[in-house]
Design a protein around this ligand. Structure first.
Ligand SMILES: Nc1ncnc2c1ncn2[C@@H]1O[C@H](COP(=O)(O)OP(=O)(O)OP(=O)(O)O)[C@@H](O)[C@H]1O
Ligand SMILES: [Mg+2]
Length: 329
């Protein structure tokens, strides 16, 4: 792939926000490049909504700055708001307004010219799957459709950045899949940051994950890299003796423990049987798998299994955020 310069669409620079004695954000910094879909994760009260409100210009940081498309949000909130579509956490909508009237009203607020308005409303209605309900009152819609209206509202002015605060919250599994597909589809042409508590959601949708806990950024990486980095490199090994010969457990343990980069060896299954499973902990960043393979061959051991263990995103999330979320709750 040719090297192209990456355009930063969203940037948080050392954002801090205090509400009285509550330090909701503490020096949060991250960047989002054009075309990324970034998942924003964290326990309740971690600071996700606060960050999103600062990025969208609805809240001023106590210190630090938010940048949209290279413009400081505090310096020029009107321009930056024009480039961003925002789905707030509670998705506030007017229950007794018809969908079409509401979208017209939002189009008014966004100063979409009357000449192009019908065309735009049609496009956005199609895009968000709202054509059948345009004449219905918002209050009569299911949650999934209300969320679609919220997304349509966020996108009516065709922004290139979308900031979505828990877009699938409260939806049933079918609706979650539908909205997720819609967001993925939008992500093909837009830069998206979405917050969620549903971990499979980010794995399915996002190219990168930012995790906050207690107002601090604790991770910023791909899902795959996060599970690898935090696994503490556990290696699972299962061996048996060559040609069915019995295993001398103490000797095998010694062989495995003697391999460069292996810090500890525990027997996990099959003790006394023909095949024995071990759990190895590697030292630091070392990957001793190749050396383990050679050691096995040299010692007439047959490797039935040799793999590095990956944590689920849920494990990673728990490790990174455990015990850090509740101090201000
Ligand atoms: N307007 C406010 N006044 C006082 N404290 C606030 C205000 N808004 C947020 N906070 C506090 O800031 C912290 C971060 O809240 P925030 O809503 O950003 O968390 P969150 O990550 O969005 O949580 P959730 O997952 O529950 O939506 C919390 O301690 C919260 O109580
Ligand atoms: Mg929130």
């Amino acid at each position: 792939m040719p090297e192209t310069s990456v355009e930063t669409m969203i940037e948080a620079r050392a954002l801090s926000k205090h509400f009285g004695a509550t330090r909701a954000l503490q020096e949060i910094s991250f960047k989002v490049a054009r075309g990324e879909i970034v998942g924003f994760l964290g326990p309740n009260g971690a600071g996700k909504t606060t960050t999103m409100r600062i990025l969208t210009g609805f809240l001023r940081p106590t210190s630090g700055s938010a940048w949209i498309g290279g413009i400081d949000v505090s310096a020029d909130p009107l321009t930056t708001r024009g480039r961003v579509g925002y789905l707030p956490e509670s998705n506030p909508l007017y229950a007794d307004m018809m969908v079409i009237d509401y979208l017209n009203y939002v189009a008014d607020m966004r100063s979409i010219p009357v000449e192009s308005r019908q065309k735009r409303l049609h496009e956005i209605g199609e895009r968000c799957g709202l054509m059948k309900v345009l004449g219905k009152d918002i209050g009569q819609l299911s949650k999934g459709f209300r969320q679609r209206v919220g997304l349509a509202q966020a996108m009516i002015h065709d922004p290139d950045i979308l900031i979505l605060d828990e877009p699938t919250s409260g939806l049933d599994p079918n609706q979650i899949v539908e909205i997720r597909e819609l967001i993925k589809d939008l992500g093909r042409e837009k830069t998206v940051v979405l917050s969620t508590h549903i971990l499979p959601e980010v794995e399915a949708t996002c190219s990168r994950i930012i995790i906050v806990a207690d107002g601090k950024l604790v991770a910023n990486d791909t899902a795959a890299a996060l599970s690898e980095r935090k696994s503490g490199a556990i290696i699972r090994v299962t061996v048996k003796g060559k040609n069915g010969s019995a295993l001398d457990l103490a000797k095998v343990k010694g062989v495995l423990a003697g391999v460069d980069g292996v810090r500890s060896v525990d027997v996990t299954e099959g003790e006394g049987g023909p095949a024995v499973g071990f759990k190895l902990q590697s030292a630091g960043e070392a990957d001793p798998r190749e050396a383990l393979f050679h050691a096995a061959v040299q010692n007439d051991l047959v490797l039935l299994d040799l793999h590095r263990e990956h944590l689920s995103l849920e494990d990673v999330f728990r490790r990174l955020t455990r015990g850090e979320g509740g101090s201000h709750a």
